[in-house]
Design a protein around this ligand. Sequence first.
Ligand code: XMP
Length: 509
Amino acid sequence: MIAVINFGGQYCHLIARKIRELGVKAEIFSNLISAEELNELNPAGIILSGGPASVNELNAPKMDAEILKLGIPVLGICYGLQLITKELGGLVKPGKTKEYGKNFIEVKGNDPLFEGLYNEQVWISHFDAVKKPPKNFVVSSSTSGCPVASMFSEEKNIFGLQFHPEVHHTPNGKKILENFLKICKAKKDWKISSVLNEMQKEIKVKVKDKKVIMGVSGGVDSLVASVIIHKTIPNQLFCVFIDNGLMRKNEKEYIEKLYKKMKFKHFFSVNAEKEFLSALKGVFDPEEKRKIIGHTFIKVFEDVAFDLQNEFGKISFLGQGTIYPDRIESAEPSETASKIKSHHNVTLPEKMHFDLVEPLREFYKDEVRKIGQKLKIQKEFLNRHPFPGPGLSVRVLGEVTKEKLEILREVDFIFIDELKKEKFYYKTWQALAALLPVKAVGVKGDERDYSYIVALRAVNSVDGMTADWTRIPDDLLEKISSRILNEVNGVGRVLYDISQKPPATIEFE
Ligand code: XMP
């Protein structure tokens, strides 16, 4: 195992992920871990992550300096490098110039971290820099603006990089991490199957014979998490699907069939359309709509949990499909990270005192899909486009009514159906339809028509943070538009959205 110590850097988790991609187990620890605790875990190597602070600030996150004396190979990245420097008697000061972004290093000497590498493109982002390395450390690369881009001490087995090997923009960064794993003599035995075994062991130890309730939505994360928990404690898991009336066409039946097929012992589907739609009546503001949906969900979920406890006895745990990016957005992973935005998945029913079971909390979406494949969940379910928690309510602009939802459901169904038929569904990252709260004039037969305008949107993206509009072929767009206009009552015009994110977002609200 490689221990990654978190100093609050936004790429900390990416380091662990890259190590796992190289076949070695990686775990993230708080910077408060002691040398003794770490030594007991017997890691093959230790990586000190980057972080937003300056090591010279009074309240900068610290480390137990004894860690550097354990004799275990250490790699410090950015803040990690500066901390090593400071702890071992070198000097860190603000650099002459700030460096942000792409640069090139010139490799010198025989740092084993750079075995097979010479002059490399790297991604570097810092204000402070190492002015004087600690005694017996050798500088092994520099950039135009940073004389100490890396350093190492062969005798101490300690290495430091000012740049980030874990990011995509350091093309040979993975090779550097691989060289570090070689230095650590780390065993490449990290496999999805062993991860699954560990998750199951952890669930058993945590839950024992108690009960777990879990809200499932049909999305990949809650699906995979529920399958793992079910596989481990089939009789103790109670899955609840709340139909909020804001789902896509046939979604309820689809999810019920899916859980039935997987032979879940306790699966409950609850129709709460009335509660949601009456709470949304007369509400136009998008944020207000989201808030109402969140509160209504908690209320309905509490009622269901109460009923289930009456019937089956006390429920102690809440299962969630939280994945790592949900936690980054809520700044949960470390006290030192800056908060970006809160995320619905981490919201808990406030009045309920459940402990959490979150088997996927360390993983990224593509890793979750791989775990899902290992669990033999059909690809069709694992590779669905993302769908927002507040459902179609963020796609019916303005006030949500049953009539508008029904129109939108039909439009969305035709759009997705055609994309699938023409094998275009997997060529786009997410496709959706939105109903605009305005009508336009048209002519149907010999009659004047006055109907709603719908917008279709399909985007290419990697993580939903930025997105470009998908170039759907003209003839496919034409087919979709003419089906919508012919088959859906109440729609008079179809638009295609060609906005990028930013400045637009993927959803309309
Ligand atoms: P935006 O609209 O912010 O969407 O560009 C980015 C991605 O996140 C999804 N999304 C949500 N998912 N709850 C969710 O679970 C939400 O409130 C929410 N808002 C947006 C959106 O579908 C896209 O994939």
